[in-house]
Design a protein around this ligand. Structure first.
Ligand code: PSU
Ligand code: MN
Length: 289
């Protein structure tokens, strides 16, 4: 059911770093066509970091680990958004399926990949407890022995609540040369991390020690290189628009991201694209270490 590309199998045999990348941000995180470029740039960044990229998605009844450019180009807005619970049905029904962070981690655990990069982890959506919308990314991270490198939790969520829940789940939240969890587009102002790390080697050693203790996943938050510090009012507008239009469930994140990309005149789009590549690069370095 899972097909791992030859280059990735070889890298695993050789003990090289392998970094998983998701396809939901390719299909649903950017305007049509642009997500593919972001995905390809992430793959290059992983290689620049010294590791091999493993982009995950469901195609033609198979869970694919490692996609060609042509295959990646099939991940358009028609793709299902696949969390951990959605993989089996997508395979059996031969659906085109774009994996979220949670869905990708479920595949990582099946094939022994220990690192993944994304833009921002999912988490507790604002408005808890009505309706309780908590991304499956969190439980998948708690259960999977993998280190996820992201620019923290997407700030359209309830970040403090997500941070508390990560503690409850026993997920270490590491800060890349920072004391606070990055707020996706913004570097500062987030909740405290559980430990600050200074180097790729240190992050790798902490991850290994955590796994030797029999624990699950870890999050490493890397601040965006250029911090956008004036986006919160726009996020509130976007969430209000989503509520007014009856957008809910899986559609909230893509709706809000595209609203922000449009209404910020492309500033959030550029920031999101750049932070994903930066996270992929760092993931490549840590996986290699
Ligand atoms: N990071 C981005 N853009 C994205 C995502 C992450 O820069 O679109 C996606 C990931 O696939 C993550 C998902 O798993 O958002 C979370 O969505 P939800 O909150 O609906 O679970
Ligand atoms: Mn949800």
């Amino acid at each position: 059911m899972i097909v791992v590309a030859e280059e990735i199998q070889q890298a695993q045999r050789d003990g090289r770093g392998v970094v998983a990348l998701e396809t939901t941000l390719v299909a649903h995180g950017f305007p049509p066509g642009e997500g593919v470029e972001v995905g390809l740039a992430s793959e290059r960044a992983v290689r620049d970091g010294g590791s091999v990229p493993a982009t995950v998605g469901v195609l033609d009844g198979e869970i694919r680990v490692g996609l060609t450019r042509d295959e990646l180009e099939r991940f358009d807005t028609s793709a299902r958004k696949l969390g951990p619970r959605d993989l089996a049905a997508a395979v059996v029904q031969r659906a085109l399926g774009a994996t979220t962070v949670g869905g990708t981690l479920a595949v990582c655990s099946a094939v022994g990949i220990r690192f993944m990069a994304t833009g921002g982890l999912g988490g507790v959506h604002r408005g808890w407890p009505a309706p309780p919308d908590v991304s499956a990314d969190l439980q998948a991270l708690a259960q999977t022995q993998a280190l996820v490198i992201s620019s923290g939790v997407k700030s359209l969520l309830d970040v403090p609540a997500t941070s508390e829940l990560l503690e409850t789940l026993g997920v270490p939240v590491l800060g890349w040369r920072t004391e606070t969890l990055p707020l996706f587009y913004a570097a500062d102002g987030g909740p405290p991390v559980s430990a600050r790390v200074e180097s790729a080697g240190e992050a790798a050693r902490i991850a290994r020690a955590h796994w030797e203790l029999g624990r699950g996943g870890l999050l490493l938050g890397r601040p965006p290189d250029e911090s956008l510090d004036d986006i919160e009012p726009l996020i509130e507008q976007a969430l209000a628009a989503a509520a007014a239009e009856g957008v809910h469930g899986q559609e909230v994140t893509p709706f809000v991201l595209s609203y922000l990309h449009r209404e910020s005149g492309g500033r959030t789009l550029a920031a999101n694209r750049d932070l994903i590549a930066g996270n992929a690069r760092l993931a490549g370095e840590i996986a290699a270490a």
